[in-house]
Structures are given as C-alpha cells and as structure tokens.
Design a protein around this ligand. Structure first.
Ligand code: APR
Length: 234
C-alpha cells in the first residue's frame, strides 16, 4: 500500500445494484425499459419535460428507502484508514457514497437529490417531485427547474479536477461500470499512461477489462470489501 499513496476510485451503477438500484445496461436495466434519448438528453427534455420529470421523480422516490451496501462502506473505510489520499469519482447520481461516509467525492454525472434552475443557474438540495410548474426557490420563475444530472450530450462536472487526480494517481480502481460511457470509460487509459496500477472490480469483464493490470470479478459486496481489506493490511 505504501507505493500507492494517491488512490482514485471510479464507481458505476454496479456498485449500488445490491442496494436495490437498477443498473443501466444489464438485461433488466433502465435502458431496457426507457429510451435514453427520451429521458436523458437535453432534446428529450425540450420535447417532453414532464416525461423526464416523471422518470427522475420515480427514481428519487425509490432512492428514499435505499441504504449503502458493504462495498460503499468499505470504500469509506479506505478513505478513513489510508495514509495517502483517496478520491472517489462516481458516475452514480445516488447519494450512497455520502451515506456510507465518503467525503472526498466527485459526482461527475450530477446528483439525483439536487435540482438545478436552467434559468438562473442556482442548485438546491431536492427530495420532492419536480414538475414544469415547480417555481425556482431562488429566482421564482417556473419552467426552468430540472434534475441536477448530466445528460447525454452534456459535459460531465468537474473534469479539470478529475484529470488532475487521475494524472497523479498511483492506484486506479474501477468498480461496477460497464465501460461504455466516455469520458469515464477512458480513465483507465489516462491513469495507465500516468503510471498507475489499474484494477477492475466488476461482476463480469467490462468493455475495457483488457486495459487493467488486475481484474477481479464477482458481486461488489463481496469483492470490494475483500480487495480493500487486502489493500489496508499490506
Ligand atoms: N457488483 C458488481 N458489478 C455489478 C453488479 C454487482 N452486484 N451488478 C452489475 N454489475 C456490473 C455490470 O456487469 C456492468 O458491467 O455493473 C456494470 C453496470 O454497467 P452500466 O449499467 O452500464 O452502468 P454504468 O457503467 O454506471 O453506466 C455509465 O451510463 O447511462 C449512463 O449516466 C448513466 O452513469 C451512467 C453511465
């Protein structure tokens, strides 16, 4: 562990699957039920904003009962106990890393429990439903409120800070992501080029499994705590 001072962890939907949240590209995943163009693009939102609100409202309601699992908890423990730095870059919009106790966290695809006013740019913590009639608490205008999530065709958040941590990483761990969506899918190549040791922890080999120095396949609640225990006891 001593040689891995800076640790960067990329997480995806597979990490939260055993907490009861659906993944996207598995057989019964979200994109098997919805066309992403309808519910996760700026064009879809312009064409039918209420459909998009309904989609995220139901995900926000489903989030109310979920709890972090053993893999989220192991990552929070890594941050607490590792002598160097641990940064989690998550593609997940759920709040399970925070609930587990992770602090150094970047939500590159935004957050389900926040709303953004497209008219004034203000962000708010948000646990209720949103609709086209919801007034912005900051500017009072209706019609601009949207979930604070990054849709296809939009720029993920905090890319500058993310590339800073990626290029100074000694260890890069990718967990529960299929490696289909860029820029996150390219992080393994970036960290490899910067000299990091790269590890994939996923249910099955991802699209980019061949790019990792080490791969471990199985359910996140088993392989993540086991891998982190080994790392911390080195
Ligand atoms: N443990 C570990 N991995 C799992 C588990 C589990 N219990 N269950 C599923 N997985 C793996 C799947 O095998 C798959 O490789 O998690 C991965 C989930 O992949 P996706 O559904 O594609 O999710 P993700 O990679 O996070 O998607 C990226 O796509 O639509 C967008 O914005 C959305 O952030 C999301 C992005």
């Amino acid at each position: 562990m001593a040689r891995f001072s800076n640790v960067v962890v990329l997480t995806g939907a597979g990490l939260s699957a055993e907490s009861g949240l659906s993944t996207f590209r598995d057989k019964n995943g979200i994109w098997a039920k919805y066309d992403y163009r309808d519910v996760a693009t700026p064009e879809g939102f312009r064409a039918n904003p209420q459909l998009v609100h309904d989609f995220y409202n139901s995900r926000r309601r489903a989030h109310a009962g979920v709890k972090p699992n053993a893999a989220h908890l192991a990552l929070a423990r890594l941050e607490r106990e590792h002598a160097g730095s641990v940064t989690i870059v998550t593609q997940n919009i759920d709040a399970l890393h925070e609930a587990a106790g992770s602090r150094n966290l970047i939500h590159m695809h935004g957050e389900l429990l926040k709303a953004l006013c497209a008219l004034c740019g203000e962000r708010q913590a948000w646990t209720d439903d949103l609709s086209v009639e919801t007034p912005c608490p900051a500017c009072s205008h209706k019609g601009g409120m949207r979930p604070d999530v990054v849709w296809f065709g939009e720029m993920p958040y905090e890319m500058e800070r993310i590339y800073e941590v990626l290029t100074s990483a000694h260890l890069f761990i990718s967990i529960g992501t299929s490696g289909n969506v860029y820029p996150a899918a390219g992080f393994v190549a970036t960290t490899r080029e910067a000299g990091a040791h790269t590890v994939e922890l996923n249910l099955e080999p991802s699209e980019s499994a061949h790019l990792f120095d080490e791969t471990l396949h199985g359910p996140a609640t088993q392989i993540v705590p086991a891998y982190i225990n080994r790392l911390l006891s080195r």
